[in-house]
Design a protein around this ligand. Structure first.
Ligand code: 5GP
Length: 335
């Protein structure tokens, strides 16, 4: 892990509530009076897609109110900094916590306030730069997806850079989100789509590739036809090794069998990401160390993947932050 930890890293696929600090989750779960079954659910690392969503139900039950959202956003950035992440593109689904008087606007404000809290205490030379992506949950109807796009546009000047589609991959239909996603793109927001997380979604994946999002997440299940059009499209993929090995063990039984090798070997742009540190018990440096071991990567290979990840990011390449992050990457090992 040590080389992987020392190298400056870029994280492009991390969900806020899935990346909650485990000690904080434990504390909040206790305060929320979780029962024995729920406590059991959050104790181990998720092993299947349905177990993963059971963990999210428990996390969402425990994480309530703007103050808590603000705290976990700050802690996620602190933990990323400690892990050597220099740029984090965090994503979250804006949810109302009605019993606490928190609406979707307040939710986004709280996350951004957490970013600000972090920035106020971060050391200049170690700081993890952050941007926010708002997620559309596949269970949500078109009106909610439209409202999420509106929110992203409203907070564009304050750090929101794009829209994600995520949530239970067995739910919802692509047609529901096509309109809101098209509007988001036409308004200048970047788009990333979770795709190919379960078997038998080739037609949906085909339509998603035809839409030409800026990035994909996962693509564990990909027909040879879709693979060819993906490669021809050059659309980068966010890859989460531990998450995929744990939840797609039937097709990805080992790290060595992960499709990272296939895409990276071909020169297709890929980023190494965590998905949900808390749910899968990993960190970005751990994921990088796993990639080094499983795919015999050199330190230079990892540096090249990281640099390419920055270019895959939704950050404006002409911005001051982009230039600073690039300088940090080029300076090499940090800790
Ligand atoms: P939040 O949006 O509450 O900050 O983060 C947790 C949510 O992100 C989950 O409820 C789920 O909607 C989404 N999510 C997290 N990990 C995954 C994943 O691996 N696949 C999919 N499809 N959605 C995920």
């Amino acid at each position: 892990v040590s080389l992987a930890r020392r190298l400056p890293k870029i994280e492009l696929h991390a969900h806020l509530n899935g990346s909650i600090r485990r000690s904080t989750l434990k504390e909040l779960a206790l305060a929320a009076g979780l029962n024995a079954r729920e406590s059991q659910i959050i104790r181990g690392d998720a092993r299947t897609v349905s177990e993963m969503f059971a963990v999210f139900d428990v996390i969402h039950h425990a994480v309530r109110g703007g103050k808590t959202i603000r705290r976990i956003a700050r802690e996620v950035l602190e933990d990323a900094e400690a892990d050597g992440v220099v740029y984090l593109e965090l994503r979250t689904t804006p949810r109302a916590h009605t019993e606490c008087g928190l609406d979707q606007v307040g939710y986004v404000e709280s996350v951004l306030q957490g970013f600000k809290d972090y920035e106020e205490t971060a050391q200049r030379d170690r700081r993890c730069f952050a941007r926010l992506i708002l997620s559309i949950d596949r269970r949500d109807p078109a009106e909610v997806a439209e409202a999420t796009v509106d929110l992203a546009l409203r907070y564009r000047d304050r750090g929101v850079v794009g829209i994600d589609l995520s949530g239970d991959p067995t739910k919802g239909r692509w047609e529901t989100w096509l309109g809101p996603l098209t509007r988001a793109r036409e308004s200048g927001l970047k788009i990333t789509l979770h795709a190919g997380e379960v078997p038998d979604v080739d037609e949906e994946t085909r339509r998603m590739i035809a839409f030409k999002p800026d990035r994909f997440g996962h693509l564990c299940f990909l027909s040879s036809e879709n693979q060819s059009s993906l490669w021809a499209s050059g659309i980068p993929i966010e890859l989460c090794l531990t998450s995929n090995v744990l939840t797609c063990s039937s097709t990805i039984p080992t790290y060595a069998a992960h499709h990272f090798a296939l895409h990276h070997g071909r020169g297709h742009p890929v980023a190494l990401c965590t998905d949900d540190c808390a749910v899968f018990g990993s960190s970005l440096s751990n994921e990088c160390a796993i990639a080094i071991a499983a795919f015999s990567l050199s330190a230079d290979d990892l540096r090249a993947i990281t640099r390419r990840s920055l270019h895959m990011s939704f950050l404006d390449p002409s911005s001051h932050d982009f230039a600073q992050i690039l300088t940090r990457l080029e300076a090499g090992e940090e800790m």
